[in-house]
Design a protein around this ligand. Sequence first.
Ligand SMILES: [Zn+2]
Length: 258
Amino acid sequence: MFKLNDINGIKFYTIPSFSDSHLVRHAFSTRVGGVSTGETASMNFGFNRKDTTENVMQNFALLGSVCGVDANALVMTKQVHGSSVHVATPQDIGKRIEGADALVTNDPQAAICTFYADCVPLFFLDTRRRAIGLAHSGWRSTAANIAERTIGKMAQAYGTDPSDILAAIGPSIGVCHFEVDTDVAARFDDRYVTMSDKPHIDLWRVVKDQLLAAGVKENAITSAGLCTVCHKDIFYSYRGDDGKTGSMAAVMQLTQKG
Ligand SMILES: [Zn+2]
């Protein structure tokens, strides 16, 4: 389970095992507590939504003020539903990394940030090597196993052993609402597909199995179990709002070595 926090009217989720490690500051945002208006009200982080850059930057400052991630140190993705993992360094601060759907870093100076409005947020923390990762695992990126690719990049760049990783699967579209066409369903093993009128895919089960297959321990995986379409009051949902919506952000930053 994720923990819902409410500080100064800003609601955001945290992962208890990540908090308990004291190695990171982190958050998964909600739509509650920001300055955006209209269809993106009120805590939008999407630069590509009906909102101003000024509002988005103000929302980052607000989220940073309550979760401790430095809003001036952000390295962000410019996501394409692919499987490219970028190794973020302080030189990337202030940039949006074109074509990246995942970011990893071991530098406490760089805060990493990815964006969501139904796609599955994945959080990674290597507690031994002190490295972190975020991945945007929509169905295309899930089919491309971005979870494994992110872990692989952490292993390559930082010597991460998957058995040292804490992982988390954040709020996103659940099997209850993820209805797809048969050609999309055909991309996934039958055990992840439920048939009603149309097929439904259980992306949470797919990514959990991908994490386990990559060597993450089962008791190191935290699942939010929260469907963004079921909970439109607190989450932006691309499907739930017919595309007229904002974006949530996952943010994470290593603490300085003490
Ligand atoms: Zn649902």
